[in-house]
Design a protein around this ligand. Structure first.
Ligand SMILES: [Zn+2]
Length: 393
């Protein structure tokens, strides 16, 4: 048994406790949360700082870890994607080593579960070891070509079938983004997944040309597709932002995780929440700065009670894979977002988005959420450059 205490405990699902004590068994399962005056000080592990549950990272591409530092910052999404898809031919060993290093970095940084995009099988071996809970999203796209949907589906179904999730982990097939998935492919994805209750992730409203394509049938995606010899001639712009096309074709009976949302407005958020009560949002601020030099308007998400979660995206578009660093970035650029909100985004909301809140996301009796010590907070739990996190369980 361990009795861990610090200046404050943030259970997340309930109010903070001054000088709280988190009591766990040897497996990390929480037996009770009490206060220090109920215990002999000699029986306690005493820290200065705050205790929080383990982090949930809802968006990553672990399989792109080997491309750290290979793609320029600040170019915008379309040059970024072009660079990623044209850099090929890395040795398999380098890819595998980078994936293992990235997983270790996340474990050390307090991440206990990951929502991870897979286009290939490279991460499946490490995922089957079950060192954290993984929700693997095998991602499909056909460049908006109905005629290509059959081949896209068959190819990625073969990838999907090779993943044997470890106990507690899960997998689904998901659409990449509104601007790459035809209605026919959406239908095939829906038919392949369970009828309800799973998590479906989709990249959303990440770059101005994405909305331009759907609103006006114009913009830089036409050149992008042209360069790859793909015609958008049959594409009819629906005259609404891309998220409405996604909602039209996604199944609202699942948990839907919209990822990035740098251009999403309060009215888009409300529409999505009306469309499905199981709507979640993943923000990856460091990747947004890396790729597009822009951040979402977090005010819109706070004002609409949006269920925000935090992702790191991949090492191709980030300097590290740290949920704490994502929280610090938000706190630096939009400091009106309170610590309590960031903490909820980084833990319980993420666990709910992935359906992992049975064991993770909050310090509650019966859960095995991991216990993290956050040190170096400023007054009122303000995140500073010096704030760091240590994994205690
Ligand atoms: Zn992504």
């Amino acid at each position: 048994m361990r009795k861990i205490t610090a200046d404050r405990v943030f259970p997340v699902a309930s109010d903070p406790i001054e000088k709280g004590v988190v009591i766990t068994d040897d497996t990390g399962r929480i037996l009770a949360i009490e206060t220090r005056d109920q215990h002999d000080p000699a029986s306690l592990e005493i820290y200065s700082g705050v205790l929080i549950p383990g982090f949930i990272n809802t968006h990553c591409h672990l399989e792109l870890s080997h491309m750290k530092g290979q793609v320029d910052t600040g170019t915008g999404l379309i040059p970024f994607i072009t660079s990623v898809v044209t850099k090929r031919g890395f040795p398999a060993e380098a890819i595998a080593e980078a994936i293992a290093r990235a997983e270790q970095e996340m474990l050390d940084g307090g991440i206990v579960a990951l929502g991870d995009i897979s286009n290939a099988v490279d991460t499946f071996a490490i995922k089957s070891r079950g060192r954290m809970r993984y929700y693997t999203f095998v991602e499909l796209f056909d460049f908006l070509q109905d005629a290509g949907s059959e081949k896209a589906f068959t190819d990625w179904k073969a990838v999907y079938d090779q993943l044997e999730p470890a106990p507690g982990s899960a997998k689904t097939m998901v659409p990449h983004a509104p601007y790459t998935v035809s209605p026919a492919l959406f239908e095939k994805i829906n038919a392949a997944n369970p009828a309800s209750g799973a998590t479906i992730s989709i990249h959303n409203q990440e770059t101005p040309p994405e909305d331009e394509l759907f609103l006006y049938g114009a913009g830089a995606f036409y050149d992008f597709y042209d360069r790859f010899g793909i015609s958008l001639e049959q594409f009819q712009a629906p005259g609404q932002a891309s998220i409405y096309y996604a909602m039209q074709h996604l199944n609202p009976a699942h948990r839907t995780l919209f990822v990035h949302n740098t251009l999403t407005t309060a009215s888009d958020i409300l529409s999505a929440q009306t469309w499905s009560p199981n709507t979640y949002w993943a923000t990856c601020p460091n990747a947004n700065l890396y790729i597009e030099n822009r951040l979402p308007d977090y005010r819109a998400f706070l004002d609409t009670n949006a269920r925000m979660t935090i992702g790191t995206d991949s090492l191709t578009s980030n300097w590290q894979l740290s949920v704490l660093e994502e929280m610090k970035t938000i706190a630096r650029y939009q400091s009106y977002v309170p610590f309590s909100a960031l903490l909820r985004w980084a833990t319980l909301n993420g666990a709910q988005a992935l359906g992992f809140d049975d064991t993770l996301g909050s310090l509650e009796v019966g859960k095995t959420p991991g216990v993290l010590l956050v040190e170096g907070l400023g007054p009122d739990e303000r995140l500073t450059r010096e704030t760091s996190v240590r994994r205690l369980i």
